[in-house]
Ligand binder design. Structure first.
Ligand SMILES: [Zn+2]
Length: 487
């Protein structure tokens, strides 16, 4: 099976689709507005040292001077770990001095960016700490024994004259020596280029920018199965090719500029698929369908047969629908990037062999997904529990916000419920205030109901409170919105 990677570039966002078997399997989106400065490395220039606060302002070429506290100074960290008396900041920094710094917190409002002079560069599996000779293992990696084994393996792979240190990320679990060595080579090359830039560029220059989505894709997503990488912007394509020639040479020949007539994401129906990937319901070819619900705690996927199933082939139809659902679920989890606990509710199957076959089909389909997962068998209630590692936000969280009409409950109160709430509210206000008239501002549907089926109730209330009640349609109001104006 071969894959294509499609990169759609616009000034406001970059979208990356992984296409295999003629269908989109994975989607990544990065919006320019969300790209901050964290991770960027600069040659800063000290503009002011503040002994009272043990901190300094440093110009890195951004609008506002950035801030560094002594605790984030490399020298201070070394002294603290050696338990010697820390040198005050005014003995370490002076105005006009140039030093290499990295942004650890983005500027916010009137506050400038926060800096550290302890540089760290993230690769795919390792984080390189050029000034800290020490190997750390991510706490998220399994057992103590696994962590120890990884540490020993890294020690054999790192050259003996290495002065820096590394943190091993969870992605290194199960990685081959070749993959780790490739990541080491990438990090060393990047660091060499940062140092070279620091020697030649003037103060307040950027030495390294944290990778863009497209660059991360070239570094992390390309496999021997990748057939081609299509980029629909000529300039980005050229930039990526140059970048790949330096950092991921095996990838560079596969990058191509797409100049077709149709928009890149209209090929393979990607735009339509993205819209469908936000819907609750996913239709299956067999006539069945999935209902996917994402809550804070977990995601549930409910498998349904389409319409009436009866007669001799009852078991067979259900089995086939579940098999198709297993494949569709695997693809949807990946496309929607759903993480955490996931509960799958297949249609009930009596036959144990059928159950086993559906589970096997699910595991086979999930094998294409590079995200870490666990799949448990059927529970007593006939559900399949699984987990998928949470990485970035799910597609729905990235592209959608809670529905203002229903507050994401998925349904709104009926017009009649709103009518009755308005009647109760008028009753309440009539006890408290003594206006000449009540005016109801509400949606078209609510006003229509008051004019017809509920007109008697409204008239009765008017008599009861002894006031005039008038109606007015507010076209901008949602079904649940209304106002009662006292005049
Ligand atoms: Zn809603």
């Amino acid at each position: 099976m071969t894959e294509d990677i499609l990169i759609n570039v616009t000034p406001f966002e970059t979208r990356v689709a992984l296409v295999a078997l003629g269908a989109i399997q994975e989607l990544h989106i990065e919006r320019s507005i969300q790209r901050g400065h964290v991770g960027n490395i600069y040659l800063g220039r000290v503009v002011r040292v503040l002994p009272g606060m043990q901190s300094a302002f440093i110009d890195i070429g951004l609008e506002r001077a950035a801030f560094m506290h002594i605790a984030d100074l490399r020298e201070n960290r070394i002294e603290r770990s050696a338990n010697t008396n820390p040198t005050p900041i005014e003995k370490l920094l002076f105005e006009g001095q140039s030093l290499m710094v990295q942004v650890i917190k983005d500027p916010l409002g009137t506050k400038g960016a926060r800096l550290s002079s302890q540089i760290s560069i993230a690769g795919r599996m390792l984080v390189y700490l050029p000034h800290d000779p020490h190997i750390g293992i991510s706490q998220k990696i399994g057992s103590e024994a696994e962590r120890q084994a990884l540490r020993e393996r890294l020690q054999t792979l790192v050259p003996a004259d290495e002065k820096g240190g590394f943190i091993v990320r969870t992605q290194a679990e199960g990685a081959s020596d070749e993959e780790i060595l490739a990541d080491l080579a990438y990090l060393k090359k990047l660091w060499a280029n940062v140092q070279a830039a620091a020697r030649t560029l003037p103060a307040s220059s950027m030495l390294h920018q944290d990778l863009t989505l497209a660059q991360r894709v070239l570094r992390d997503m390309v496999t021997p199965m990748t057939n081609q990488i299509l980029v629909d912007s000529r300039s980005t394509c050229a930039e990526l090719t140059t970048w790949a020639q330096t950092y991921t040479p095996s990838v560079s020949e596969r990058i191509r500029h797409y100049s077709g007539e149709r928009a890149l994401f209209d090929t393979a129906n990607i735009e339509d698929e993205i819209v469908r990937a936000l819907a609750r319901r996913v239709d299956l070819k067999s006539g069945g369908y999935l209902v996917i619900d994402q809550t804070e705690a977990l995601t549930t996927v409910d498998v349904n047969t389409g319409g009436f199933v009866g007669g001799r082939n009852f078991d067979d139809t259900i089995f086939k629908t579940n098999l198709e659902a297993a494949q569709a679920i695997a693809r949807q989890l990946r496309l929607r990037n759903l993480g955490g606990i996931i509960i799958l509710d297949f249609i009930d199957m009596e036959d144990l062999e059928h159950r086993e076959a559906v589970l096997a089909e699910l595991k086979k389909a999930l094998a294409h997904d590079r995200t870490r997962m666990t799949v448990n068998g059927f529970t007593q209630l006939g559900l399949v529990e699984m987990t998928r590692k949470r990485t970035r936000d799910s597609l729905a969280h990235q592209l959608c916000e809670p529905c203002p009409t229903c507050q994401s409950r998925g349904n709104v109160r009926t017009n009649r419920s709103i009518c009755y709430e308005i009647l109760r509210e008028i009753l309440r206000e009539a006890r408290q205030f003594n206006p000449k008239e009540f005016r109801i501002l509400a949606s078209q549907g609510v006003v229509d109901l008051f004019l017809e089926e509920e007109s008697q109730h409204l008239a009765m209330l008017g008599d009861f409170v002894g006031k005039q009640i008038s109606l007015e349609v507010s076209s901008g109001y949602t079904q649940e919105q209304y106002d009662i104006v006292l005049t």
